[in-house]
Design a protein around this ligand. Structure first.
Ligand code: DC
Length: 235
C-alpha cells in the first residue's frame, strides 16, 4: 500500500461508543486500509487495571488507584497490522481480555489520575504516528482529541451488542448471553454515569447506528467520511 508523507498535523480519526458496537474491529480495519496507525485506548485502561490487580491494589479504593497508577509503564504499539500492548515491557494482550479485568476496568477508568496519564500517552501516540491515527474509545472526541478531523459515535442496541460479544467469546447458551447483556448494561451505566470524562457523543460527531449494519458497511461508510475531510492514501 502507498503511504502519504505527513506534512503537518497528523490526521486524527476517532471512534467512540459503548462496548460491543464493533469499534475495535472497524477502527483497526479502517486504519489498515488507509495506511494510518491504530490505537485501542480501552486496551490501555485494561492494561493499567491488570497491573493494579497483579500488584494487589484494591481497585475500588480510588485513592490507592490514583497513587499506584503512576508506577506502571503502559505502551501501545500502533501498527494496525499488529497492534501490541505491554506493561513494564510484558505483553498483556491476552490477560487484559479476561473476566477479572473486564469486571474491574470501569472502576479504574473512573479515577481522574488514571485518565490524565492515559490521555497524555494517547496524545503522544498520535504525535508519533507517521501519517495519522484511528483511535477508538469513550472520550476521544470530547476530551482527548477535540480537533480530530472526523469524530464518529457508534451505537447499537444492547441486545445486538450482547449477541455479538457472545459470538466472539463462543458463548451459545441463553443464560450466558443474558449474563453478557447484564455486564454490558452495567458497564454502559458506569461509563456514561461517571464524573470524569463520561462516555458521551461530541457535539460535532457523526452518529452511526450499527445495529442493522455489517462490519463492511460500517467500514465503507466511515472511510467515505474520512475521504470527505482528509487527504489519505488510496486503500
Ligand atoms: O473498549 P473496552 O471495552 O476495551 O474498554 C475498557 C474500559 O475502559 C471500558 O469499561 C471503558 C474504559 N474506557 C474509557 O473509560 N475511556 C476510553 N477512552 C476507553 C475505554
Amino acid at each position: 500500500m502507498e503511504t502519504a508523507d505527513r506534512s503537518d498535523a497528523p490526521v486524527i480519526v476517532v471512534l467512540d461508543g459503548p462496548a460491543g458496537t464493533g469499534k475495535s474491529t472497524v477502527s483497526r480495519e479502517i486504519a489498515a486500509r488507509l495506511g494510518l496507525s491504530f490505537l485501542d485506548t480501552g486496551a490501555m485502561y485494561r492494561a493499567m487495571t491488570y497491573w493494579l490487580l497483579q500488584n494487589g491494589v484494591d481497585v475500588d479504593d480510588a485513592e490507592a488507584v490514583a497513587l499506584a497508577s503512576a508506577k506502571p509503564v503502559v505502551r501501545s504499539g500502533t501498527d494496525a497490522a499488529g497492534p501490541t500492548i505491554t506493561v513494564d515491557g510484558v505483553d498483556v494482550s491476552g490477560p487484559i481480555r479476561g473476566t477479572e479485568v473486564t469486571s474491574a476496568v470501569s472502576a479504574v477508568s473512573a479515577v481522574p489520575e488514571v485518565r490524565a496519564r492515559m490521555v497524555e500517552l494517547q496524545r503522544h501516540s498520535a504525535e508519533e504516528a507517521p501519517v495519522g491515527i484511528v483511535a477508538e474509545g469513550r472520550d476521544l472526541g470530547t476530551v482527548v482529541f477535540p480537533g480530530a478531523v472526523l469524530k464518529v459515535f457508534l451505537t447499537a442496541s444492547a441486545g445486538i451488542r450482547a449477541t455479538r460479544r457472545a459470538a466472539q467469546l463462543g458463548v451459545t447458551e441463553p443464560t450466558g448471553v443474558a449474563e453478557i447483556l447484564a455486564d454490558i448494561e452495567r458497564r454502559d451505566a458506569a461509563d456514561s454515569g461517571r464524573a470524569a470524562s463520561p462516555l458521551a457523543k461530541a457535539a460535532d460527531a457523526v452518529e452511526v447506528d450499527t445495529t442493522l449494519m455489517t462490519p463492511e458497511e460500517v467500514i465503507t461508510r466511515i472511510i467515505g467520511l474520512v475521504r470527505e475531510r482528509a487527504a489519505v492514501p488510496a486503500s
